[in-house]
Design a protein around this ligand. Structure first.
Ligand code: SF4
Length: 303
């Protein structure tokens, strides 16, 4: 068994096997590592551990499972989303330096099977649709699609794999009765979690059209939002007179929030004076959720 592989990719069956075969239990050491793992995720850091010693490697693998148990017990959506994003980024950065054999092993684990079609590297369309990030470059209209396959390059394959890891990592079912150590360290973890900044809304019920309410709901429930959704939300809030700082606070609720990028995007949208996309455009982005007959979300009137 390749323990280093399991350390880098603790969500794999190889990692689970390592835990079972070595009877890893959640010691204080492993629980503390698990807390550090989640706290790093909250800070947006993807810590790369490369332990040399077998006991450290097993503790590293165990810390992933222990972190998941704590999150299952707390069942806090914000923590789970942050954790999943950080774990996916951490794995993705290791994948970028991975050898071909390990990459193939991982692809099998994640259900992503690149192949060759007419001399190009491709993935099946359903795989692409399931794991492509919600970014303009990945919209099918911008892709070479043929015979049920989508052409991808090696960087994009890793991006699809990253998304697959995120999906795997965020699947955490509630755990009502965990071992005492998990309960104890989960409580410790909660003390370290920064207080969430409430979304600064001066809106009242019915002030915004359904599409915008939906986007705000995504932020409030700490889910990720694709590029177009973020952009449309920023443009709407700018046009509603909200200050950049407050829009940034709304954005800080997204699990993959990056302060520098977020501030840049908001400033960019304001400096460019982007107009709010019309309802037809919102529909083409998949962001329209009702038939309000207003033509543009900014024309929405409280009903
Ligand atoms: S019709 Fe327009 S305002 Fe209404 S949900 Fe769709 S995009 Fe928003």
């Amino acid at each position: 068994m390749d323990l280093l592989f399991a350390c880098k990719y603790p969500f794999t069956s190889e990692a689970r096997q390592a835990i079972e075969e070595n009877n890893i239990e959640i010691s204080d050491f492993i629980a503390e590592k698990a807390v550090t793992r989640v706290v790093s995720a909250l800070r947006g850091e993807s810590v790369h551990a490369n332990p040399m010693h077998i006991s450290d490697q097993l503790a590293e693998i165990g810390s992933y499972g222990a972190a998941r148990m704590m999150l299952a017990f707390l069942h806090n959506k914000y923590l789970i989303n942050k954790f999943a994003v950080a774990e996916a980024k951490r794995a993705s950065s290791a994948m970028g330096r991975e050898n071909a054999e390990n990459l193939r092993k991982l692809q099998k684990e994640l259900g992503i099977f690149p192949s060759s079609f007419e001399g190009k590297t491709v993935v099946p369309l359903p795989t692409f649709l399931t794991f492509s990030p919600r970014a303009i470059d990945y919209r099918l209209i911008n892709r070479n699609v043929k015979g049920g396959f989508v052409e991808v390059n090696s960087r994009e394959i890793i991006r699809l794999m990253e998304e697959a890891v995120k999906t795997k990592a965020e699947k955490i079912s509630p755990l009502k009765d965990p071992p005492e150590s998990v309960r104890k360290y989960a409580a410790e973890l909660m003390k370290l979690v920064p207080k969430q900044v409430p979304i600064p809304m001066s809106f009242r019920e019915g002030d915004n059209p359904p599409c915008i309410e939906k986007l705000l709901e995504v932020a409030k429930s700490h889910q990720n939002l694709g590029h177009q959704g973020r952009w449309a939300l920023a443009v709407y809030l700018i046009n509603k007179g909200m200050a950049d700082e407050k829009i940034n606070q709304v954005y800080s609720n997204f699990p993959d929030y990056d302060e520098r990028i977020s501030k840049y995007q908001i400033k960019h949208a304001r400096d460019r004076g982007y107009k709010m996309p019309a309802c037809t455009m919102m529909m083409s982005y998949g962001l329209c959720v009702a038939d309000c007959r207003v033509g543009n979300p900014l024309r929405w009137k409280k009903r």
